[in-house]
Design a protein around this ligand. Structure first.
Ligand code: ZN
Ligand code: ZN
Length: 372
């Protein structure tokens, strides 16, 4: 087979359709990354950007793409001032190991790495960063206790929200108005399906699209959103990059079922489906008006109740009522009226401080507290 860009012998087959040689494949991946950033004309020259790294394959590729971009000369140079951040997710030895590995990766490119712990979410200090290239110690184990006490589905969902919150907080501490995260097409497709299943359908635009614009001063961008995991695998192989294998995906829970489903699609007969799923998600916009809306404390999504139709929440509360006491037709009206009054133990603080998804999480979290 011959490379579709040059006449060299092809070595890589993407989506069972496109053949590339190693060189053209690497160039193409860099191009996808830059094209994605190019579309957002909002990154100004010498913009400070916080880049979030986990040490996994996707993050390893992001680090390499950023490095390639800023070491270029001339008009193609990526003109940003990068700051790198790693969040330790567990208090076990594995967490420290990952942090050390990511630090070594950054050192190879001559970059400094800030390391914080996920438990810093509960820190009341104004600044949570310590010096770069050091591993902070933490005594708190709140998030780790949550992991032990709630279902894996809820834990996965919650960790995404907590990390997002920390990205924004550190970005503000470092005066960055932009954050880069390393989600690929494949990961975003999985998140899209999880979001729909968890009742976060209205949040798809900010959770899956190129830019998360829920925060007023910092925007989270996903410049790898057009790169699939298949390409990540080839990229680390071709460039001989080492990375940490991520075992945090448990074998149980909603997200792991979705994970298997998506991986199966990609590996078997339908390699283009994931791509299509994300393209569709791209087109889903929200017609929310952004003035004078209430936002969820945990995920910053719009929680203003506008729909005149019966929602999933109301339906759930109604069927619960039906189970526990006699309900008549009037209850339906009464239930919908009471929803925003925070009287319902099933969905604590719903539409007051939390959105449906976060409220449902919170109801499982009575042993641990979410800060205000
Ligand atoms: Zn080629
Ligand atoms: Zn929320």
């Amino acid at each position: 087979m011959i490379c579709r860009k040059c006449d060299a012998l092809a070595t890589i087959l993407i989506r069972k359709e496109y053949w590339y040689c190693n060189t053209c494949f690497t160039t193409n991946t860099n191009h996808k990354f830059r094209a994605c950033l190019g579309k957002s004309k909002t990154i100004s020259s010498n913009e400070k950007v916080l880049i979030c790294l986990s040490g996994g394959a996707e993050s390893t590729v992001l680090l390499d793409l950023v490095h390639s971009g800023i070491t270029l000369n001339g008009t193609k140079k990526l003109r940003i001032i990068p700051f790198f951040l790693h969040i330790i997710e567990t208090t076990t030895e594995e967490g420290t190991k990952k942090a050390n590995f990511t630090m070594e990766q950054c050192k190879q490119y001559n970059f400094n790495l800030y390391v914080i712990n996920i438990e810093d979410y509960y820190s009341t200090n104004n600044n949570i960063l310590s010096n770069p290239n050091t591993i902070p110690k933490t005594k708190s184990k709140i998030v780790n206790n949550i992991r032990l006490n709630v279902s894996p589905s809820i834990y996965h969902d919650l960790v995404i929200k907590i990390k997002r919150h920390l990205f924004l907080r550190i970005a503000k501490e470092l005066n960055c108005k932009i954050v880069f995260t390393a989600e690929t097409t494949t990961q975003l497709a999985k998140r899209l399906l999880s979001n729909l299943a968890l009742g976060r359908g209205s949040q798809v635009e900010n959770d899956i699209g190129f830019a998360d614009q829920r925060d007023k001063s910092v925007r989270i961008l996903r410049p790898m959103k057009d790169i699939m995991n298949e390409e990540i695998d080839y990229f680390v192989k071709v460039k001989q990059l080492s990375y940490v294998h991520d075992y945090s995906n448990t074998k149980i829970g909603l997200q792991s079922v979705i994970n298997n489903f998506v991986v199966d699609l990609q590996d078997n007969n339908y390699p283009s489906t994931i791509f299509t799923v994300c393209k569709i998600a791209d087109k889903i916009g929200s017609n929310e008006n952004t003035t004078d809306v209430k936002n969820c404390t945990l995920c910053q999504s719009n929680i203003t109740l506008q729909s005149g139709n019966l929602t999933a929440v109301e339906a759930t509360i109604f069927s619960r009522k039906m189970c526990f006491k006699q309900a008549d037709a009037h209850d339906k009206i009464e239930v919908t009226q009471n929803i925003s009054e925070d009287k319902n133990p099933m969905f604590p603080s719903i539409y007051e401080t939390l959105c449906y998804g976060c409220s449902r999480n919170y109801s499982e979290l009575d042993i641990c507290k979410i800060p205000h």
